[in-house]
Design a protein around this ligand. Structure first.
Ligand code: SF4
Length: 338
């Protein structure tokens, strides 16, 4: 049986159900590189160029770990755009070439080009071409890809309910068995960031779980209404043509107006071009809620992050108490009671 390796980094958090279903339906065995560990990060740092952002370095680490399992192919898509005329960071475009250049012993890469700004038939032509690797007919390749899209949509439903993509994937793989959401929280924090850093506990230093442990309900960008996010993003003077950047900006504006959200945390990666601009615009546009920008790199420590998150949550709670007190009339609540 042909073995296809899927590195557990970058768009894994968005597209894994699609590719897992697709390759499995075509009769392949799908293996992954496993969750990010300190070793993944260190190996990635050794293989990637110094100028790369942390998520790209980590991806190199995953590809290296994948190689150790000796799959027949490793899936490293060349992502250009996932929506019409809206683009993904150019680093994704060059990643198959960077990997071939720095890891010459790597098994053959499946570097299918995903560019939804081209005509759809070109994407289908590439998908059919990929099917021939597994000796699949056009009909079964089409059915496998459509099945994959359907599975990816079912995962998105779970993410909209408040699960992180990692938790949703666990539920998806274990037929609904996994973590349940705890809704007993006194404060609610909106969290923004690129999914591949935010939803990878090793990269984000477990930011989401830390907030939950501090008693927060966490609202993710994927839980915001898609129409509202696009509507808010369209109010900006200039269109943001990065898909993820536009979604983050739109979600920040939606969260800023939401009565349920007490504060917003934005996780940025050091060395990320889009973050340096989007993070700055978000911090200027969020005017109604306390906002905290956390920038991480491979040297960031958990202790520093925890201290900042604790201080942020304390501040949100103090603000809640102050607002409650300012609603108490000077004569008290019971001045007219008998
Ligand atoms: S958007 Fe930023 S974090 Fe994402 S791959 Fe590009 S440079 Fe790296």
């Amino acid at each position: 049986m042909t073995r296809v390796g899927i590195p557990q980094g970058l768009f894994y958090f968005y597209h894994y159900p699609l590719w897992k279903t697709f390759f499995s339906d075509l009769g392949a065995e799908v293996i992954t590189s496993g969750p990010t560990s300190r070793q993944t990060i260190d190996v990635g740092i050794d293989h990637a160029v110094d100028e790369c952002c942390l998520p790209i370095k980590v991806y190199f680490g995953h590809v290296y770990q994948m190689m150790q399992q000796q799959p027949d192919y490793i899936l490293v898509p060349r992502l250009i755009s996932t929506e019409h005329r809206s683009y993904i960071c150019p680093k994704f475009m060059g990643i198959p070439d960077m990997i071939r250049a720095t890891m010459p012993d790597c098994p053959p890469l499946i570097d299918i080009t995903i560019d939804c700004s081209r005509e759809t038939r070109q994407l289908w032509r590439d998908i059919y071409q990929l099917g021939t690797l597994f000796k699949a007919s056009r009909k079964s390749t089409k059915a496998a890809y459509e099945h994959g899209l359907q599975e990816m949509r079912s995962l998105r439903v779970l993410v909209r309910q408040g699960y992180t993509p990692g938790e949703a994937m666990q539920l998806w793989e274990n037929n609904g068995e996994g973590q349940t959401l705890d809704n007993n929280s006194d404060i609610c924090v909106g969290v923004l960031g690129h999914g591949y850093s935010l939803y990878d506990p090793a990269i984000s230093l477990n930011l989401i779980q830390r907030l939950r442990d501090l008693g927060c309900k966490v609202v993710l960008l994927e839980s915001c209404s898609r129409d509202l996010v696009e509507q808010e993003a369209a109010r900006l003077p200039k269109k943001v043509f990065w898909t993820l950047g536009r979604k983050m900006l739109g979600s920040a504006l939606v969260m800023d107006q939401s009565e349920d959200i007490d504060g917003i945390v934005y996780l940025a990666c050091f060395g990320c071009g889009p973050d340096s601009m989007v993070g700055d615009i978000v911090s200027r546009k969020v005017n109604h809620k306390p906002f905290m920008l956390v920038t991480i790199d491979e040297h960031s420590g958990e202790g520093g992050l925890l201290t900042r998150l604790e201080a942020f949550c304390d501040m949100l709670r103090r603000k809640q108490v102050r607002e409650l007190e300012s609603n108490i009339p000077a004569y008290g609540f019971y001045a007219h009671s008998h």
